[in-house]
Design a protein around this ligand. Structure first.
Ligand code: ZN
Length: 368
């Protein structure tokens, strides 16, 4: 590491290296928190000869959820979760539902940008206790409108969960209710995403024009084709899908059908991601950190997407430039807010490189 120390805020910065995704060697300057390709006299050079990536994105995580799935009261722990994401090169994250108000983090310029989905919305007793706003189907539209106004352009539904009466995964909402809720969110200017593990909730959600599916392990060939034609995205959270065998074992005694469903979904999870990608469904990298999964594992998720069959560059795009564009964030371009991560080797050639960010600039500040 060379140049000024972490936390340094100077007149201007300079970096030279291979800028991704274009792959061209360029000189980049940072002034007033923004990128410019016009030389800035007197700028401090902080990196030469590396690979410059638009800041990584964790497209599905939960800042503010602690171990056991409860809301964090402790602001220092909440802040540390955001710092753990940043240490992995994540400079923007989509918070896919949090039970506590994390807006205080927005006042801290050294922390990643957070795009929130408000609180999860679930049917009564159909999600992890204490996390979601739980409403009857008749109240879903109103709940969606409220969360749409509280979030940053996203609403998060719980689409399916174990139904203890059935003993297996089952949809939480009637299809007509879900359609009205998605339409209401769109009227409010928010996009909608939904947690689903199984298959049965998916036709109603996708057919109603939902914008994204979280996990999506129950996607079928027909549903993938419909998502591709509609442009519906999926965030597979393969880091979390690794827990499915554990969920199955925990439920085995009381809910054997559920356990067998979870094992089946686990077995096909990689093939589902590959099929979605091959069909042209936008696939993005999200870890589902918060609760049972530690923050800061985006490199694991990107490598898991590659392991499922995405080419390395596509897996990288899923956790960087493509995800940024999807969330409305610019990349390394003239006038854009200066968020980038530098690596000392080409991550397109070897995704292991992502484990070792060399330098990080966030909002024009050196943060790593
Ligand atoms: Zn989640």
């Amino acid at each position: 590491m060379s140049g000024p120390p972490v936390g340094w805020v100077g007149e201007a910065l300079h970096l030279s290296g291979v800028v991704l995704p274009e792959g061209e060697h360029r000189d980049v300057w940072v002034r007033d928190g923004r990128f410019t390709f016009e030389p800035v006299p007197g700028a401090e050079t902080i990196s030469r000869g590396g690979w410059l990536l638009p800041g990584l994105v964790d497209a599905h995580c939960h800042v503010g959820i602690g171990p056991g799935g409860t809301g964090l009261e402790d602001r220092d722990v909440t802040r540390q979760q955001a710092l753990d994401e940043r240490a992995a090169g994540v400079l923007a994250l989509r918070d896919c539902g949090s039970p506590v108000d994390t807006r205080f983090l927005d006042d801290e310029p050294d922390l990643p940008r957070i795009i929130r989905a408000g609180r999860h919305i679930a049917a009564p007793r159909r999600y992890i206790p204490g996390l979601a706003v739980e409403v009857e189907p008749a109240d879903l539209v109103a709940a969606v409108r409220l969360q749409a106004r509280r979030g940053d352009g996203w609403v998060k539904l719980v689409g399916d969960w174990i139904d203890r009466g059935v003993g297996d995964l089952a949809p939480e909402w009637p299809a007509d209710v879900v359609a009205a809720a998605i339409a209401a969110a769109h009227e409010e200017g928010a996009r909608v995403t939904a947690h689903t593990f199984g298959t049965d909730a998916l036709p109603g959600l996708i057919g109603a024009g939902i914008d994204c599916i979280e996990h999506g392990s129950g996607l079928t060939e027909d549903l993938v084709a419909e998502m591709a034609s509609r442009g519906t995205a999926v965030v597979p959270t393969l880091v979390n899908v690794e827990n499915f065998p554990g969920f199955a074992a925990a439920g085995e005694a009381k809910f054997p059908a559920y356990a067998s469903t979870m094992r089946r979904l686990y077995a096909s999870s990689g093939a589902v991601v590959r099929a979605a990608f091959d069909a042209g469904v936008p696939v993005f990298a999200g870890t589902d950190a918060g609760g049972g999964i530690a923050h800061g594992r985006i490199a694991d998720e990107i490598r898991a997407l590659h392991g499922a069959g995405l080419p390395a560059e596509a897996a990288l795009a899923a956790g960087s430039w493509a995800a940024r564009s999807w969330l409305g964030l610019p990349c390394i371009e003239e006038g854009a807010p200066a968020d980038l991560v530098v690596y000392d080797a080409d991550p397109r050639q070897d995704l292991e490189v992502l484990m070792r960010p060399q330098r990080m600039v966030l909002r024009g500040r050196v943060v790593g």
